[in-house]
Design a protein around this ligand. Sequence first.
Ligand code: URA
Length: 431
Amino acid sequence: MAEAFAAVDVIATKRDRHELSDAQIDWVIDAYVRGIVAEEQMSALAMAILLNDMSEREIVRWTNAMIRSGEKMNFSCLDQPTTDKHSTGGVGDKITLPLAPLVAACGAAVPQLSGRGLGHTGGTLDKLESIKGWRAQLRNDEMMSVLREAGCVICAAGNDLAPADRKLYALRDVTATVEAIPLIASSIMSKKIAEGTSSLVLDVKTGSGAFMSDLSRAERLAETMVRIGNESGVNTRALITAMDVPLGLTVGNALEVEESLEVLAGGGPRDVVELTITLAREMLELTGLDGVDPADALSNGRAMDHWRRMIRAQGGDPDAPLPRAQHVHQMQAPTSGILTRLDARAIGVAAWRLGAGRARKEDSVAAGAGIRLHAKPGDAVRGGEPLLTLHTDDPQLFESAMQAAWSGIQIEKTDDQPLVERLPLIIKRIR
Ligand code: URA
């Protein structure tokens, strides 16, 4: 079959700052998946997009072409409305764990496809895999049965969901083109739209520990994704939220599951509870269930009940003890004063060096590794008292983890009325 276009002409169109036509976009994505457009040609096109941007029309068309490269899931046979949340990821971001069962307890169905961590940010599936027996890989019929049983399911995306994105994302990772906003927005939204949810809340993080550390870029990404979602029939909203400081008091897989259980039991750190409830309210509003108060479902144990059902339905034992690291080491405050800085990226890198994260996709993670925080910016600390407890299976990793952590910590004397610069937890709503 003769091809409709030549890849070089499509690349040249973007190189010369022209818009790609709908037909060019549809062809290039399809031909890339078929192996007609070579990896080096797609790399050149991705770089041209990074340098010369895309119009809104091009981004929506590109997203739809990636959706069409695979299957589209359909939850219309369920009695309840479906809703989902996507976070661009951060340090200590365990919100999906309490949020999915909480929203299920309030009456919506939550089909949540999640990913694994890479670099200094953790992945939801890695966290849940610290629960004995729990399975991330489900067939579509299994996913549906967990959803019927528990009202929520958190699992890995199957290979048939937006395969063009899977191929392109791997290429972007090695060609310095991950950062292009049109490519990030279409990558995230193609998977979320193919997943078949009817509404979606995006948690776009900004600050040192976020993928988009710059606020104006985070805003542009959020606005682009909200537009793609709404134009594709998925009722979509975004919150821009803080990731200058780790979320909660734990960073690391099993440690974060433990903290999520505290939240589901009606306790837990204030910021984790506030963000969980805020996102739940947004999700419920989008599904028309806004008369229900998610805070009640945390305090009366209904969210915990849905969590236990979900974990069991995915082969896990909700009562099994969580793995613990073999070695711990306390970092103590060198002086008394106010903790003015606890940088999310530095703490994320420290947890990663302790074994909580992976450097390459093939690496495994240590379930018990991570960091427990004993103070947050604005708190008074006393010299000699614990600031952080580091957890690892390999004590040789303490030194380099401490180096990373100290680089992100600042304590100032109380007499100087130190200024604690912190982003507000919820920075902006985009509808
Ligand atoms: N997450 C994705 O799924 N895609 C991107 O491009 C970036 C983050």
